[in-house]
Design a protein around this ligand. Structure first.
Ligand SMILES: Cc1ncc(COP(=O)(O)O)c(C=O)c1O
Length: 390
């Protein structure tokens, strides 16, 4: 006997990244080296002071249920960070601790979208947004981020996509997979449209501490009329090298955080208690580890951009944030998928096809420079060789 899955899961798929992960594992099992730049995960361990704080929290007995919207000492640190970075004041009822930004995305979309509502998503974008929109039964409209436009939002295109049914817009800046940040002018125009058309804006700021060029990106929540309609999503995975700890937060007006909190309760009943204690320490006792990692990513970013742009066949824009390069492979004449297979089988380099982040990613592949220097050197060597093949 086989039961049919619920209809809401019909367009919800496993990450297409699994295929390349499987191929990498096969090579590794055979003892063959592979330069794997697929993972959006810092190659650094979680800083020691955070691990120590977690051990201490366990020893102090923080192993029971806690306030499921987030423990007060964690909220206090999140509120201070937002104040420091944006100048905005948030209260404890305006913060929700989430099991990673992934859960923040899920509860934001599920709490406000009804079937048939329209949501504006960037193309390309990290694919949790498409899948959560499908689960909510929302109709997805994509606004494109093009290389020739430095991956900024084309405001005329955005306007043309807005209808009576448009309820929400998502922005991700700095972006996965593009590494680009939206400029203050671009954000200001987006904000004006959101106010005019009464849209909720979900802003994914998970890479806000991983920025490399001035001016630093600002939060769209700071623009006039935006605070009351914006959900800020952020988390510890990337900047604090805490991907496996599964902790993030959402910040927004209380009337928006309250339904999200109710929904989150019936999913997880709150994040892990001792992890929340460690995360409070991560923000409170920051000892320079994050800055050390950011500087290291910046060094790698500069190296890759310089080496890639010396080549004939390949090119890239210098990313302003996150730890991704969106490599233009159009001169190869191959599709993104074909190129991934080619570079994997011929030069043992594993990258992600740009089109899995959306159709405008066709002609690109994503390289993550959250990998070690040796791996990045192997990628550059492989690209130099591949350059001569075309
Ligand atoms: C833009 C973006 N948002 C959210 C996530 C998920 O983050 P978390 O580990 O906090 O669930 C990622 C992870 O790659 C991401 O790149």
């Amino acid at each position: 006997m086989a039961f049919k899955q619920a209809e809401r899961l019909e367009n919800v798929h496993h990450s297409q990244m699994r295929k390349i992960f499987g191929l990498c594992n096969e090579l590794r099992k055979r003892g063959e080296p592979v330069a794997d730049v697929t993972l959006g995960q810092p190659n650094f361990p979680t800083p020691q002071y955070i691990k120590d704080a977690c051990v201490q929290a366990l020893q102090e007995g923080h192993t029971g249920y806690a306030d499921y919207s987030g423990i007060p000492i964690l909220k206090e640190e999140i509120i201070k960070k937002i104040k420091r970075d944006t100048g905005m004041d948030y209260g404890p009822d305006e913060i929700l601790a989430t099991t990673g930004v992934a859960q923040g995305c899920f509860v934001s979309l599920m709490s406000f979208l009804n079937p048939g509502d329209e949501i504006l998503l960037p193309d390309p974008v990290y694919f949790i947004y498409d899948n959560c929109a499908h689960i909510a039964g929302a109709a997805i409209k994509k606004y494109t981020l093009k290389e020739e436009n430095e991956f900024q939002v084309d405001i005329d295109e955005l306007k043309s996509l807005i209808t009576e049914k448009t309820k929400m817009m998502v922005i991700v800046s700095p972006s996965n997979p593009l590494g680009a940040s939206l400029t203050t002018d671009n954000l200001s125009e987006i904000a004006a449209l959101a106010v005019e058309h009464d849209l909720i804006v979900v802003t994914d700021e998970i890479y806000d501490m991983l920025v490399y060029e001035d001016p630093k990106p600002v939060s769209i929540a700071t623009f006039p009329g935006m605070r009351e309609r914006t959900i800020i999503l952020n988390g510890f995975s990337k900047s604090f090298a805490m991907t496996g700890w599964r902790l993030g937060w959402a910040a927004g007006p209380e009337y928006m955080i309250d339904p999200m909190n109710r929904l989150a309760f019936y999913m997880t009943s709150g994040p892990t208690t001792f992890v929340m204690h460690a995360a409070a320490a991560a923000l409170r006792d920051e000892d320079g580890s994050c800055e050390m990692m950011r500087k290291e990513f910046d060094k790698r970013r500069r190296y890759l951009v310089e080496e890639i742009n010396k080549l004939e066949t390949f090119s890239c824009l210098a990313p302003k944030g996150a730890f991704y390069i969106f490599l233009n492979i159009k001169k190869t004449g191959m599709s993104s998928q074909e190129f991934c297979e080619y570079i994997f089988h011929k030069y043992s380099i594993a990258v992600i096809a740009g089109n899995i982040f959306g159709s405008s990613g066709e002609g690109f592949v994503r390289i993550s420079y959250a990998a070690c220097d040796e791996t990045l050197k192997a990628v550059v060597d492989g690209l130099q060789k591949a350059d001569k093949d075309f």
